[in-house]
Design a protein around this ligand. Sequence first.
Ligand SMILES: *[C@@H]1O[C@H](CO)[C@@H](O)[C@H](O)[C@H]1NC(C)=O
Length: 249
Amino acid sequence: MFSYKAVICVVIFGSIQVIAAQNPFYYLKQCHKADPQVNTCLQKSANTLIAYMKRGIPELELSEPEPIVIDEIGIALGNGPNGYRATFRNINAYGISNMTITAVRSDLDTHQFQFTLYIPHISARAKYVSTGILLLVQASGGGDYWGEYDGVRAKVYIRAKPNFIDGRTYLSLQQLKMDFSVKNIRMGVENVHNGNAVLQAALNLFINTNAQDLLKEMKPDLKKKLMSILTKFVEHLYERIPYDSWIIE
Ligand SMILES: *[C@@H]1O[C@H](CO)[C@@H](O)[C@H](O)[C@H]1NC(C)=O
């Protein structure tokens, strides 16, 4: 039997393939260096890439991006043998792919870029183990950590260098820096081992009243991990996308 649905499918998917063949970098909006609004163009280009990344981009070997997994970060409060130390492992963060690039600054002569981005909400889940004394209480043990972060703002600075390979220009990453802030944090622990309901409640009260300070303590380690994830990601893109297919000089 003749199926008009099959014909429509063939026509639709056929034309998608034709479009992809016409522009192998369909997931990127091109910008012109001479455009006085080039930063606005770069912002649109980055947001276009993010929108395609949410579904995965097979041409770039990028699969669905959620969650971001961080193997381990540590936190230390207080010195001495009884200072409190906690290690968070197998951190799964959800919501980062909902980011929007809100501003771009660039110097295309020196290949420097600064992206400002906003993530409305991140949820994190992890396992933690801790040793030491917190609030005069022996808080050695472990359990599950949860965190809900609202209004995450970040700045990412990138400096790159152009390389000429087989007649095309590619960028190679020279430097990457980042910083971030979180407007509102709720977090806590559950299923605390070696503890009881009183200890768990005391820990949760402490954690929530000191959330921003705890984030500050976590930041150096967290930034290091995030910078390494970002560095790998940017290098991955730079190796696969010629600079001249993104920015026309
Ligand atoms: C991204 O945002 C949408 C809309 O607010 C929300 O439904 C979805 O759960 C978010 N994705 C993640 C992974 O948090």
